[in-house]
Design a protein around this ligand. Sequence first.
Ligand code: UP5
Ligand code: MG
Length: 190
Amino acid sequence: YAGKKITVIFVLGGPGSGKGTQCANIVEHFGYTHLSAGDLLRAEIKSGSENGTMIQNMIKEGKIVPAAVTIKLLQKAIQGSGNDKFLIDGFPRNEENRAAFESITGIVPELVLFFDCSEEEMEKRLLSRNEGREDDNIETIRKRFKVYMESSLPVIHYYSNLGKVRKIDAGKPVDAVFEDVKAVFQKVAA
Ligand code: UP5
Ligand code: MG
């Protein structure tokens, strides 16, 4: 994608904060392509790739897959999309992810959408999701929360210091959250 100006918005927030749900809404209204890093990793497991077993084990433990693996999948999806506007959902999750993405792709995010939600509410949502995700059990959920607090929140703080974070109260009902999300995107377009 050399020579093409690409717009990237990182969509971050804890496990179950509603990243995927709100990205689907944003795509419908604002013409972005949604790239969920977790979905790309889960597709990689299903495809039977050589990294599949390693990725599966890491997801089950709530650990963060090495940046090189995730970035390769994101780059492939960006190149194959035909679009120039992307929501990258659930990535970067740690400092290693963040620094590697910026140095490998040369892409700096326009904004970071941060879905802020209480752990109690996120746990309730994950335990009632029922989509057969191997990491939606209470043991793995606790590990995911710990990794989020220790490794992912610092990435949000990094972008916050650059003035790029738009924090959304994600504890409200889906439609109310989307009203707040819309207000952010109407400013991006303007
Ligand atoms: N729901 C959504 N919004 C709601 C609302 N406002 N009110 C009430 N209910 C609401 O939503 C979760 C559930 O809540 C759904 O049932 C939804 O209907 C309901 P969802 O939109 O799916 O939330 P989301 O934030 O997307 O939750 P998700 O579980 O996908 O977040 P995670 O960040 O935990 O998962 P992800 O898929 O990004 O990553 C999974 C794992 O992959 C990681 O733990 C890690 O091991 C690995 N990974 C990497 O290693 N590197 C990466 O870059 C990315 C992932
Ligand atoms: Mg998700």
